[in-house]
Design a protein around this ligand. Structure first.
Ligand SMILES: Cc1cc2nc3c(=O)[nH]c(=O)nc-3n(C[C@H](O)[C@H](O)[C@H](O)COP(=O)(O)O)c2cc1C
Length: 173
């Protein structure tokens, strides 16, 4: 697929078919995620890969009952490694760059998912402390996105978005 087609085709999908996806595909998707830029090349991001049904159901509980998480064969938790960035950049690394490093990878992952014929949604609404405990995430690392990945079982229409013109300030705000 052409890049523009992939970008335009990507939609937040919240219903997945009960159909397996090979682990190698998900590992390749993570590799593509990890080609994203990172501040000072610190690569302040880590990924947790989950396929265990019980863990997925616990994630549903910790994400305010977003039940579609448990429908997907795979779930990636993208984490910001705050400590890795803070070692070089201090507070800015901890509070900003690490989140950006992880988020840049998340967007790459979402696009790679579409390119492979699968679907996902960026889930940011979850109880962070509970997810940290559930997945044994160490101090200095922050889960920033839960990404269920599966075959789409719905074709959402594109939500209305503002024109890029409205958001673009030429020369100054
Ligand atoms: C930071 C962030 C957090 C989000 N959290 C959730 C979420 O918890 N649950 C959900 O269903 N969608 C979530 N979304 C998806 C958005 O609702 C979705 O991107 C938006 O409605 C636009 O639709 P589109 O992705 O199809 O363009 C989140 C998206 C972002 C970028």
């Amino acid at each position: 697929m052409e890049f523009k087609e992939v970008a335009e085709k990507r939609r937040s999908v919240r219903s997945f078919e009960q159909k397996e996806i090979p682990k190698e595909d998900i590992e390749e998707i993570i590799e593509i995620g990890h080609t994203a830029p990172s501040a000072g090349n610190r690569q302040a991001r880590d990924f947790i890969l989950i396929s265990d049904q019980k863990e997925k159901e616990k994630l549903v509980e910790n994400a305010y009952g977003q039940s579609f998480i448990a429908e997907a064969p795979w779930v990636i938790i993208a984490c910001a490694h705050q400590k890795r960035s803070a070692e070089r950049y201090g507070e800015r690394g901890r509070d900003l760059y690490s989140i950006q490093d992880a988020s840049a990878a998340v967007e790459n992952i979402l696009l790679a998912v579409v390119d492979k014929g699968y679907a996902s949604v960026w889930i940011g609404a979850f109880e962070e402390e509970k997810v940290k405990v559930q997945l044994d995430i160490p101090e200095g690392v922050r889960p920033v996105a839960i990404l269920p990945i599966g075959y789409p079982d719905e074709t959402p229409t594109a939500p209305k978005k503002m024109d890029a013109d409205e958001l673009t300030h030429h020369g100054e705000w």
